[in-house]
Design a protein around this ligand. Structure first.
Ligand code: ZN
Length: 284
């Protein structure tokens, strides 16, 4: 595997947090006796391999069955343009007809990449503008360029190893009657889960920043966020409490807590981060 230097401050933060999570996981496994450590590693590899196979089988069929967008469609052209700029293979763009899911990019393994666009969002001409589509597509291409899916799979394996070793350890402590110790050692799990959410949010900021570079158009991304913010309800809630100082404070507190558990940063913060970056960004 090639080790690349992080390209921006978000990737740097993600890399440090990942390193800490991997270290905690390694220490946890190494603190087991040899037989248990081997069992833990075996189980981890088994679960990781099964989930890779499962994704390949289930989603492979699902994506293959979706209609592929025409070559000359704006979205396909944009995906090709940004992929070429990023130096990655362009994904095959498929249309998902079900209404409720958000537009996503999805992958099978790390070689077959599909960009799944949601028909109700992307095909209805009264919804996203072409620029907003470009911003969203460039963000997704940045995820491909950054290898975020592969990183996510490695993170999952580290978390699985940590779960197995910690639960094993806590169970043993419980059986020996050390209840407080068992609670203390298993308290690492929610902390690490939150740390991995933090990593997810950094990769989102990073893909936003790279999406801006790929499009040379921060407004395309920002306006897309506003659109999706309203889709997800954050914007509507803000409108509802507008002009009510206490309600606004409560809503902001709620959103801040909600964000700690979320894979995506708040729309407002993503917009602010792009505004900040646009002050130092120089088009190449
Ligand atoms: Zn993203």
């Amino acid at each position: 595997m090639m080790i690349k230097m992080p390209e921006d401050k978000y990737q740097l933060k993600a890399a440090f947090t990942r390193a800490a999570v991997y270290a905690v996981s390694a220490v946890s496994v190494m603190s087991l006796d040899r037989a248990d450590a081997l069992l833990t590693l075996g189980l981890t590899m088994g679960i990781a391999a099964y989930s890779a196979w499962d994704i390949q089988k289930k989603h492979g069929k699902r994506f293959e069955a979706m209609p592929e967008l025409d070559e000359d469609h704006h979205i396909v052209q944009a995906a090709k343009r940004f992929s070429a700029r990023a130096g990655v293979k362009a994904p095959s763009v498929r249309v998902q007809m079900a209404g409720e899911e958000k537009p996503i990019i999805d992958f099978i393994g790390t070689t077959n990449q599909y960009m799944i666009v949601n028909a109700s969002e992307f095909m209805n001409h009264n919804n996203l503008s072409d620029e907003e589509k470009d911003g969203t597509i460039a963000h997704e291409i940045a995820h491909i360029e950054h290898g975020d899916v592969t990183h996510g799979q490695i993170d999952n394996a580290a978390y699985i190893a940590l779960c197995i070793s910690t639960i094993g350890m806590a169970a043993e402590q419980m059986m020996q009657g050390h209840i407080a110790q068992a609670l203390l050692s298993s308290s690492i799990l929610p902390l690490v889960a939150l740390a991995s959410r933090y990593v997810d949010r950094q990769t989102e900021y990073s893909a936003d920043q790279r999406g801006f570079e790929l499009t040379d158009d921060k407004e395309a991304l920002i306006s897309g966020f506003r659109h999706f913010n309203y889709v997800s309800g954050e914007g509507e809630l803000k409108d509802m409490v507008h002009g009510h100082p206490i309600a606004t404070k409560l809503l902001n507190a709620y959103l801040a807590i909600h964000e700690i558990f979320s894979e995506h940063p708040m729309g407002q913060k993503r917009i602010a981060a792009l505004e900040e970056y646009s002050k130092v960004y120089k088009p190449s």
